[in-house]
Design a protein around this ligand. Sequence first.
Ligand code: ADP
Ligand code: MG
Length: 318
Amino acid sequence: MSDLLQITDLNVEYPLGDGRRVHAVTDVTLSIKSGETLGLVGESGSGKSSLARALLQLPPPQRGSVLFDGQDLTKLRGQALRAIRPRLQMIFQDPIASLNPRRKVSEIVSEPLVVTGVGDPAERTKRVRAVLEAVGLDPDSVWNRRPHEFSGGQCQRIAIARALVLEPVMIVCDEPVSALDVSIRAQILNLLEDMKARFGLTLLFIAHDLAVVKSVSDRVAVMYLGKLCEVSESNALFAKPAHPYTAALLAAIPEPDPDVPLGDTKMKPGDPPSPLAPPSGCRFRTRCPHAVERCASEVPALRAIAPGRAVACHFPLT
Ligand code: ADP
Ligand code: MG
């Protein structure tokens, strides 16, 4: 499989106006193959949404390149960027807030077609009906209703329909189930899996919880305070975490596999450091149970430790 998306040295910073900057994403290099699902995990504030928005140039990153199907999106502006958008879609955490409350479902889902000038009204109606059916909604009964008449799970179905209607090749899913009731989560995860298989999609699937990405991801990337800690084929990562932070996240899953050797996985107590002034060397060192002097003086590069596995740690666990 070839790379559909290749992110290189991506940096997202937010200047605060007083000379300080939030280092939200720092030197992230990551690729996603055509047809795969890459899970991206990290605790709240680690930079996942900043990374996701930077991919879509909403807004463009401060530094780095984003090759999508061979084209560097960071170099595109205006019409050239709009021409790519239909192929790269995004769905968000809060499905109700992401839908315009004044519009009917039929208008919400057909809007991307209208904006990009696809088809005539009859053709658009046909496509909207087909995509609503694909996400498990009955077109006749939802057509004239508005978002507030639906549950969170149904709103996420509408948001997924809206993302699918332009027939994208890739969807960035930013915590698509985090705001939903636990009982609804599996339904939406299954729907995304079905849509992926049916339409041959590539997914970047973001979550703050490793347990959620486990069932859907081919590979998993773990992010801490704006940097990647570990990128690995999913089964290997869950069987043997290589980065101490991955091990700590795994140990936090309510029922960890008793056969997985996690060693000393306790993070040091205290809040994560501020992204305004990240720690020197390894950013995780202030909470890492294994940190030594070298971890403060030398930034660990993300390096391959086995086929399909990379870790940014001077002393990986495996
Ligand atoms: P995540 O999605 O992993 O929770 P975010 O990408 O939303 O993380 O945020 C990463 C860091 O950037 C956080 O410290 C957050 O407070 C900060 N941040 C996000 N958006 C902005 C913004 N528009 N202005 C300033 N800081 C921001
Ligand atoms: Mg987020």
